[in-house]
Write a protein that binds this ligand. Structure first.
Ligand SMILES: [Fe+2]
Length: 568
């Protein structure tokens, strides 16, 4: 039958009944942590009392009155015992501090288990966590059963399962004579269990969050009431630390999921840029990682911690999020004219060609009607006119490409724009509208001034969007880093034309990564992919022109960071 600490010492029962009892669900872990501190304080006061030679120490852990006859001899024994206990309590308090600082759940679980073994002098220890959704206990840290292997048992099954359900400590001094012990476990593991102690751990709400279980007291004896108290004190702190670590993990998962969903949203606007965000993140992180190793110039000694790397990664993944605020036809515009505009011009050309042919035929018919001879070159003149129209149309199609306008292009465009055709109402109308002429006159690329401004506005949209998110303190620079990814060191970038000293190093790294990937990634409708060598030449030229950071480009090239995307 189960023995709780309360069944052994009334003093301990009074002090611990509330947090342990099922009806005490409101007891806070903070209260238990306070109890641990009180115990330690009590132990220290006991230590101080040594000089006053008082043989009796009133403490839950040390309150053992020795028989009068052996009191003198017993003092030494008791003091030795006290010193050992104090050392354990001090180490327990140290571990409590370490636990509150540890946010990695795996590392935290190992820390707790190692301390549990020390504090009760056990051979091995297991920390079980309650999974309410699955109605199970699970552990990753079961000493002696291999590492990082998750073991699950149903709630209510086994010693730990019972502790989790009843919220009561179980201390079994002789496992093989206790019916609650399942010998199959030893048969499966080849381990010989002599004695077991298992204590519940609680959330701040009082709900059982886990079970700390220790096996085989090392000195050959059974686990004591003091061991129970120590394990409960450790478990109280551990539960709070685990709760915090799980909350941190949940926050991380939440951000991770949100960022991934945002990347899907960005790239579904322009599928030809698929993978760009992830590649820019990989390249930017590559420069950041290698910057510390390069240790040169103004960046000597600069390094980024885990949280800063995560901040860079999120900023890189989300740097183009503002593209969701740019019209899709502008975002994916492949040529200087939109497709429907070119179709319209082609239709007008066909109409004009037919109208010219019609004019030729009419003049021939008129000449024949009047009995005049047809001009000798009538057919030749007709073919010349048709060829001229065909040349004009070919020229318009070439102008429409997102390349640099061919030499003499502007003059010729004006010549074509001077042509008229007869529209559906019978009135003369220009073959090319003013807007179409402006678009075809774009000197380079596919975007006119307004469209370029609209595309460039994606950076401001990104900043506005990212600024709405309540980032954690460690990630608070994400909006600012993304906001500066198109700024240039010569102050000619956009949207703010920041001077070099105001552009964060993270944004400078991202600028190199962004340009490299935009150049080398697969073809986009508005431009062909360029080979690695040409992309490097372009980056070098931009750096020479004072736009990109020379030291960061050197790191990018010397550490072959680009291979992180070219090698898949
Ligand atoms: Fe961008």
């Amino acid at each position: 039958m189960g023995r709780t600490p309360s069944s052994r010492t009334p003093r301990i029962r009074r002090r611990s009944a509330s947090p342990r009892g099922a009806a005490s669900s409101s007891a806070s872990a903070a209260g238990r942590a306070g109890k641990a501190a009180k115990i330690a304080k009590s132990a220290k006061s006991a230590k101080n009392s040594k000089s006053s030679r008082k043989p009796v120490v009133k403490s839950a852990l040390f309150g053992r009155r020795l028989p009068k006859t052996s009191r003198a001899r017993g003092n030494d024994t008791e003091h030795a015992h006290l010193r050992a206990r104090i050392a354990k309590l001090e180490s327990l308090l140290d571990v409590a501090k370490g636990m509150t600082a540890e946010r990695d759940l795996d590392a935290l679980l190992k820390l707790i288990v190692n301390e549990a073994v020390n504090v009760v002098g056990a051979d091995r220890c297991t920390l079980w966590i309650v999974d309410r959704d699955a109605n199970e206990l699970w552990t990753k840290v079961a000493q002696g059963l291999g590492v990082n292997q998750i073991i699950r048992i149903p709630l209510g099954v086994g010693i730990a399962g019972k502790v989790a359900v009843t919220n009561k400590t179980i201390n079994i001094p002789d496992a093989y004579s206790d019916p609650r012990f399942n010998r199959d476990v030893d048969r499966d593991t080849g381990y010989r269990t002599r004695n077991i102690i298992a204590v519940p751990m609680h959330y701040t709400t009082g709900e059982v969050t886990g079970v700390l279980q220790a096996l085989n007291k090392k000195n050959g004896a059974a686990f004591t009431t003091e061991d129970e108290e120590l394990l409960i004190a450790l478990g109280a702190n551990a539960a709070v630390a685990i709760e915090n670590a799980i909350l941190y993990e949940e926050i991380d998962r939440l951000f991770e999921g949100f960022v991934k969903a945002s990347v899907v949203a960005i790239e579904s606007r322009d599928p030809t840029t698929s993978g760009h965000s992830e590649r820019v993140a990989r390249l930017t992180l590559g420069i950041a990682e290698n910057l510390e190793k390069s240790g040169r110039g103004s960046y000597a000694g600069m390094s980024f911690g885990v949280e800063q790397m995560r901040e860079i990664r999120y900023a890189a993944l989300l740097h183009d999020f503002g593209k969701v605020g740019v019209r899709e036809n502008v975002l994916t515009k492949a040529n200087k004219l939109y497709a429907h505009e070119l179709e319209l011009i082609e239709t007008r050309f066909r109409a004009l060609t037919a109208q010219m042919e019609n004019t030729h035929l009419r003049s021939a018919v008129e000449a024949l009607r009047q009995g005049s001879a047809l001009p000798a070159d009538i057919e030749e003149a007709r073919e010349r006119e048709l060829a001229r129209m065909s040349d004009f149309l070919g020229f318009i199609r070439r102008c429409n490409q997102p390349t640099v306008l061919e030499s003499g292009g502007f003059e010729r465009l004006r010549e074509v724009a001077g042509l008229c055709y007869v529209d559906h109402s019978g009135a003369p109308a220009p073959l090319i509208s003013t807007l179409e002429l402006e678009r075809l006159s774009i000197p380079r690329g596919s975007l006119d001034q307004q469209e370029r401004i609209e595309i460039e506005s994606h950076v401001s949209h990104t900043f506005r969007f990212l600024s709405q998110i309540p980032w954690t303190r460690a990630l608070k620079h994400v909006p600012e880093i993304a906001f500066a990814h198109h700024e240039k060191l010569d102050g000619q970038g956009y949207p703010r034309q920041l001077p070099a000293e105001q552009i964060p190093v993270q944004s400078r790294m991202m600028a190199i990564a962004d340009i490299y990937d935009a150049l080398t990634a697969s073809d986009r409708p508005y431009k062909k992919a360029v080979p690695h060598e040409k992309a490097v030449d372009i980056l070098q030229a931009e750096t020479k022109a004072g736009k990109l950071d020379r030291l960061l480009l050197d790191v990018f090239l010397e550490a072959e960071v680009f291979k992180r995307v070219t090698l898949g």
